[in-house]
Design a protein around this ligand. Sequence first.
Ligand code: UD1
Ligand code: CA
Length: 450
Amino acid sequence: MLAVAVLAAGKGTRMKSALPKVLQPLAGSTLVERVLASARQLKPERRLLIVGHQAERVEEQLGASGELEFVLQDPQNGTGHAVQQLLPVLENFDGELLVLNGDVPLLRPETVESLVQRHRSSNADVTLLTARLDDPTGYGRVFADENGRVSGIVEHRDCSEEQRSNNLTNAGIYCFNWGRLAAVLPQLSTDNDQGELYLTDTVGMLYDAVHFEVSDPAEVNGINNRKQLAQCEALLQERLRDHWMDQGVTFVDPCSCTLSEDCNFGRDVLIEPQTHLRGNCQIGDNCRLGPGSLIEDAKLGVSVEVVHSVVRGAVVGDAVSIGPFAHLRPAAEIGKGCRIGNFVEVKKSRLGDGSKVNHLSYIGDAQLGEQVNVGAGTITANYDGVRKHQTVVGDHSKTGANSVLVAPVTIGSKVTIGAGSTITKDVPDGALAIGRSKQMTKEGWADRSV
Ligand code: UD1
Ligand code: CA
């Protein structure tokens, strides 16, 4: 039987943030969600999250799945105190307890799995994850013999000068035999520099403690401040880009682009500098994205081109060209071969195949057929101040420059709208509609006597 407990009650004082540390975002997810994900494949019998500082906010963010048991630690008197809160909760539990610090987000699932396997095969009281760091500042130092037996952990701030030269550090990830841990937990004391109950002290109290060193120390980076948060973000981004380059995506300037883990790319996608993909993005083969674009929760077909544009919550068909300086907003559905040009905004609208909105337009709450040509500066007036209304335009229609389509309005197919028209009434198929005041010309005006 396996229980996993994530320590997520701390305030994260060193972040200097209104947000609890474990809810800080990293590559589109939060620290604690990443930590939880690193243990998911173990399919533990119990999943416990120890919450304290802004507990309601953490529960609200993570409670939806119903898989987690939230355990309150109030006040937050250290990592040992946090695990003491499990004593009543796991009273009848018999098995291993995997403890994960909520601020160690780069941990690979394989590493967690190896730790548990190692623990099970050694039959120790505790197996803890360690790393040799070039700069161990801030981490607890692990004192172990050459056979991997651990005598104790001393926190950086409690170390002597000599102890600090030991660069074997505690990752904050432990697999305990729960029964043995439960026996020593009540004996913890606050006899340390912070006056807190340290989980690390249990390691020295247990008879049989061993450690397991990670091969890639970057995996156990703990996040205590914004600088470490930025370093982890950079590492994660590098992992993601490396992965996609292996899958056939080209980055012209990899370091200037960021991705989320929920992005999927086809082959021969070219990503130009300063292009960022967030949320869940599906990008088809041969797309060319950027430079300078933001794509979020969007689905792009094959051979789509996006230049200096923002595409959010949109579905885009094959061979569409977007930008420069276009803005596709949620529920924009763009058919195959469409063209969305400069300074065009499309929201909650469907454009049929081959339609073009090339310059200076707003298309909102509209249904455009196929091969529609929207003239420069055409606007759908979709909002009457209270409600939004629909505009419908049939196949092969064209609007002249600077047309205003006042919704609700339906324009048939093969319609021509004269430039500068304000269209307030429906237009039947094949008609020409002009809705503007007649031009008045006064000859000889310049030579008039005053
Ligand atoms: C801890 C370890 C240190 C290790 C480092 C690895 C202890 C005493 N020290 O130090 O040996 O090298 O992690 O990153 O454990 N938390 C609670 N309740 C509390 C205090 C903290 O739930 O009362 C949670 C925090 O939210 C955080 C985690 O425990 O997720 C670690 O706490 P933190 O204060 O960051 O410990 P470190 O000083 O980094
Ligand atoms: Ca920490």
